[in-house]
Design a protein around this ligand. Structure first.
Ligand SMILES: *[C@@H]1O[C@H](CO)[C@@H](O)[C@H](O)[C@H]1NC(C)=O
Ligand SMILES: *[C@@H]1O[C@H](CO)[C@@H](O)[C@H](O)[C@H]1NC(C)=O
Ligand SMILES: *[C@@H]1O[C@H](CO)[C@@H](O)[C@H](O)[C@H]1NC(C)=O
Ligand SMILES: *[C@@H]1O[C@H](CO)[C@@H](O)[C@H](O)[C@H]1NC(C)=O
Ligand SMILES: *[C@@H]1O[C@H](CO)[C@@H](O)[C@H](O)[C@H]1NC(C)=O
Length: 135
């Protein structure tokens, strides 16, 4: 899947970023556990007004026991030119437990679009349906 390739490059990026004192990207976990928690919210076509707090949710039933302590990285992107255009520099959330099944975020002041996505990274990535951010 496309997101898996992205996950690989992101983990490489995260590893590279560790050297930088200002970087705030979680270090890749030691064990190689691969699972893809299905994102259940935002749902397709949902509206996120800028500046509001929203909850991103995912299905935790596929998380193996070895992955229970893993932390996640949540990125905002949008579909254009067959790319996810993920904003790696401004993660929506980092370091939250994947096992929680949800994380609260504040919607950033970004350009209005109807094709935003969020991608949840553990060891592999999973993409939400497209939704809207507007004022
Ligand atoms: C969003 O959540 C943050 C952190 O919990 C809180 O400080 C803020 O007041 C909330 N904002 C809104 C609009 O509810
Ligand atoms: C997860 O964390 C708990 C509490 O720190 C610990 O007891 C448990 O062994 C850890 N599980 C794994 C698989 O690392
Ligand atoms: C998508 O492709 C068009 C045409 O090449 C280009 O103008 C646009 O900047 C690209 N969008 C992104 C997000 O790279
Ligand atoms: C997210 O916010 C909702 C509503 O304020 C709250 O009920 C929930 O406990 C929060 N979840 C987390 C993981 O902080
Ligand atoms: C978002 O940014 C634009 C341009 O920088 C600004 O005009 C607008 O007031 C901001 N909106 C919010 C809700 O912060």
């Amino acid at each position: 899947m496309f997101a898996n390739k992205l996950a690989a490059s992101l983990l490489a990026l995260a590893a590279a970023a560790v050297a930088s004192p200002t970087a705030f990207i979680p270090v890749a976990p030691k064990e190689d556990i691969v699972f893809s928690p299905h994102i259940t919210g935002p749902t397709a076509g949902q509206l996120w007004p800028v500046g509001t707090n929203q909850t991103v949710t995912w299905d935790t039933s596929s998380i193996p026991a070895e992955g229970q302590n893993q932390t996640g990285l949540l990125l905002l992107g949008y579909q254009e030119n067959d790319s996810e255009n993920l904003d790696i520099s401004h993660p929506l959330a980092v370091g939250f437990p994947i096992s929680a099944g949800e994380v609260n975020i504040t919607v950033p002041n970004v350009t209005m679009r109807t094709d935003y996505i969020v991608v949840l990274f553990g060891d592999s990535g999973n993409v939400s349906p497209q939704f809207t951010i507007a004022f």
